[in-house]
Design a protein. Sequence first.
Length: 370
Amino acid sequence: MVIFSKSLATITLASSACAAPASSLDNTQPAGENPIGEFSVEYLGNQDADNSCSHRDLGFAGHIQDKWYAVYGDTLWCAPGVSDQDADTDGQFHGMVRDSVSALTDNPLIVHDLFLNGDSPVPHQKQFIPFEKKWGEDNLVGFGGTSLVETDYTNATGAVYYLVNHAEDYRGAGVAKVQVLDGIPTVTERLGDNGYWWDAKENPKYGDVAAYRDIHSEYTYVLGNPPGKITSWPDNAYVYQARVKAVDSFDLSKYEYWWGRENGWKSDLLTTFTAETAVLWGTGQGQIVYSQYFKTYLYVHLQGATISLLSAPSPEGPWSAAKEIYTATPINDGLVYAGVAYPYLDDTGKTLTIAFTNNNHIQVIRVAFA
């Protein structure tokens, strides 16, 4: 299977402790104690759709009006008529979209694909975040999206954060309004004069690492990799964050930016990109969840092929050292990345079901904590 350019920022690999290089004031160094002790892991298998067939990546989970959905990245259609991705063995390209959306189910191995085309006998996904010719976009432009985050329960409205990418030219990070229409999350508006708000060369790529609607506050947190102008290591591995009250998600003036533990949140755009103003270093794309079992926030992500969990008292950090949970075996030496969590499957938090991408396959494990 051909690995297409990731729709989101380049995957970064880190040391096992996720600790940034030391500096005089480094707010990304592990802090606090990770509460995860003994645990067991059950490998559940590959995730498939019950009504379509494709190879895909990402699949970040989020909800609107108590219904959970997955936002996938590059979605490669299987051959016409093929309904099982393992049977798609001809090695040919049959078409793709740069992102798609599915309904999650009570079985983490089965999703129900939404927004399908008229292909017969097996339909395929349409693109979730539409490209706009007026902004110079075409079907080669990617819109890597993180989790759907609810902004208005009553009106079944949410937001999706994404990074506009054209042949590894990261143009900007943006947000789109999503409304559930006839049971399908539908992008009804992309914000910004060019379809994005934050120019990726000068600003962190907010939302390309994670997006989280906090269950204990009014805020949505969006985490992103450094501006494109920062290319040297270790500076290109820092992660920065912004936040906004969910009801104000579509008003750029209401966003706040993290200027570090000493300076806190400011309405001024972040312009200093250092270990002091960053929140994490060297972590891949993932998801924040609140663990009712541990009474703490967890960040699910991968370091290489290893799933790791960080903990923090708040979505803004500070984050602990990583607890390594499970190491996957790469399929055909492909990439393994993008930690996804399904907290809705166990409200107690005693177990946590986690998905990840393994060479365009979504694989799933369940962790049981002691």
